[in-house]
Design a protein around this ligand. Structure first.
Ligand code: HEM
Ligand code: HEM
Length: 162
């Protein structure tokens, strides 16, 4: 990482919340692609990828997540509050890295299934989607814990009010 800024940039904040909205869309609206994929696998429809909204939004997510990672390395991210214990600091960084890794691998497994009709890739896509969801729940819980219990500015800085 290049430096340690005092705050997230506006672009980082917008990207965080746009990705949250798009991920919510992915979890709520996957019925169409699931039915279509199974129909392809069972030979009811031709085994060719179509422009499904889930696939398009998922591909946009990959681009936005790569942009966020690039900003992490060029702009940096603000330091974890000094009051945090060493273990909590490590846990927080590890959690963010794990979310990034799962966001990208999950979407790549989805692409593997959709573009190349790979059953095992769809299985990995489903497993990684629920692993990612578990991390997202923990992440949201940690954010709320910082805001309401530890009462530091961690939540304020991701909404641009720090
Ligand atoms: C981070 C982005 C993504 C998330 C969070 C996500 C999440 C999900 C979820 C929750 C399911 C349903 C799992 C179930 O059956 O219970 C699903 C299914 C599916 N997704 Fe995604 N997805 C993402 C990106 C993509 C991308 C980029 C593609 C392809 C271009 C894709 C292709 C598929 C396919 C083909 C299925 C059906 C799998 C099957 O029924 O066997 N996904 N996705
Ligand atoms: C799809 C859901 C979400 C994903 C994938 C996600 C991902 C991330 C990632 C990777 C970071 C690290 C900062 C960065 O490098 O950009 C972050 C920061 C943060 N997120 Fe989320 N987030 C999600 C939802 C939420 C929600 C709903 C909340 C509010 C409760 C939230 C609160 C925060 C906070 C407070 C930070 C700042 C942590 C810090 O400064 O150390 N996130 N998020």
């Amino acid at each position: 990482m290049k430096n340690q800024p005092q705050a997230y940039s506006k672009t980082q904040i917008y990207l965080h919340w746009i990705v949250v909205a798009l991920i919510t869309f992915q979890y709520m609206l996957h019925g169409e692609i699931s039915v279509l994929f199974q129909a392809r696998m069972q030979g009811f429809v031709p085994d060719v990828p179509t422009a499904s909204p889930h696939a398009i939004v998922g591909t946009i997510i990959i681009v936005l997540v790569l942009w966020r990672l690039w900003l992490r390395f060029t702009h940096g991210v603000p330091a974890i509050p000094k009051s945090e214990k060493m273990l909590a600091k490590l846990g927080s960084r590890a959690m963010h890295i794990a979310i990034y890794v799962l966001l990208i691998t999950n979407a790549l497994f989805g692409l593997g299934a959709w573009l190349f009709g790979l059953q095992f890739s769809s299985l990995l896509h489903i497993i990684s989607a629920y692993a990612l969801l578990t991390l997202i729940y923990l992440h949201v819980f940690a954010g709320l814990f910082h805001h309401f219990v530890l009462k530091n500015n961690v939540m304020k800085r991701i909404v641009g009010k720090a």
